[in-house]
Write a protein that binds this ligand. Structure first.
Ligand code: BTN
Length: 315
């Protein structure tokens, strides 16, 4: 959002304020104040004028300004009602040199998942990609995928949905013996081996969508289905971004946070890796995100793969 407009909004958030006072405080003309207020109204902020001045009655349900308003993390947000893929857009922004930018959409028409799969992204979800430039070697980048999984799990739990994480980055909700997928994460990056240039962490949250509108093979669920009522997408996106921002600055502690929500540890797993299938008990996760599996022929450390939970060993 335009910086002056942001300051107008910040002033309104502190209580009623008159046009002349705003003009003085921001060192702009009264007509400029009026134009910013009108622009904010166009974006969905309900701003009343009464004797005390301008009063902020409500903020929009979703969108760039809605998510930026009151956000306690240094991201600027670009919003689209509909876009092919927020990850593709974030990659373009990366090529233009942007950083600390979030691309957010209500709907994606060409959402992408892991392993070149499609990701269904109907209207009502929270489809977002965070673009940033961490000062770490490429080999450490997987930790940001784990950080995203932790961030979104915390946001889901705050919203009353008991989510857990299946290695490496599926956020699931348990229903008896079954695990239903709530969130998918797709991380892309570029750089030299000693240093990352940019990372795009794409997070797809089935928020206010009907799981019946999503493909069955992923065994999907959604926040609204789990809660029996819609979630406030603005607050959810803010909490997710705030948690992610804190974790990305503290990579050494991400794995420990991840373990807290992991549903994979202690389970019998089958992992399809680029070098073959590994089966055994998942016993730990190591920085920056590798799974340690106790197999019949000893310990294996797997850094990437598709993981399936087999029968549980401990509950
Ligand atoms: C998975 O296969 O589980 C990962 C799915 C990732 C989907 C998200 S939605 C926002 C971002 N944009 C995309 O095109 N994909 C990711």
């Amino acid at each position: 959002m335009n910086e002056t407009r942001q300051r107008v909004l910040d002033a309104l958030a502190d209580g009623p304020v008159s046009g002349p006072t705003l003009a003085d405080e921001l060192d702009i003309s009264r007509s400029a104040v009026w134009k910013h207020v009108e622009a904010l109204r166009d974006e969905g902020f309900e701003i009343r004028s009464d004797d005390a001045g301008y009063v902020l009655d409500s903020v929009p349900e979703f969108g760039a300004s809605a998510v930026e308003y009151g956000l306690n993390a240094p991201f600027s947000v670009e919003y689209h009602d509909s876009i092919p893929s927020t990850n593709a857009r974030a990659r373009d922004l990366a090529a233009d040199g942007a950083s600390d930018t979030v691309v957010l959409a209500d709907e994606q028409t060409g959402g992408r998942g892991r392993l070149d799969r499609e990701w269904h992204s109907p209207s009502g979800g929270i489809w977002l990609s965070v673009l940033f430039r961490p000062d770490v070697p490429m080999a450490h980048a997987p930790v940001f995928t784990l950080a995203a999984a932790v961030a979104v799990t915390r946001a889901a739990r705050e919203a009353g949905v008991e989510a857990g994480i299946k290695w490496p980055n599926d956020v699931l909700v348990r229903h008896g013996d079954e695990e239903r997928k709530l969130v998918g994460i797709l991380t892309e990056m570029e750089g030299e081996s000693d240093r990352v240039s940019w990372v795009v962490v794409g997070i797809g949250v089935n928020a206010n969508v009907d799981p019946a509108d999503l493909p069955d093979d992923a065994n999907p669920t959604s926040l609204s289905a789990e809660r029996d009522e819609p979630v406030d997408r603005r607050l959810f996106a803010q909490r997710l971004l705030e948690e992610f921002d804190a974790l990305r600055q503290d990579p050494a502690n991400v794995v420990e946070a991840w373990r807290e929500y992991a549903t994979t540890l202690g389970k019998q797993v089958r992992v399809e890796t680029p070098n073959g299938t590994i089966e055994g008990e998942a016993v730990d996760v190591e920085f920056p995100g590798a799974l340690v599996i106790e197999t019949e022929s000893g310990r294996e450390v797997v850094s990437a793969g598709d993981c399936e939970h087999l029968r549980p060993i401990t509950e």
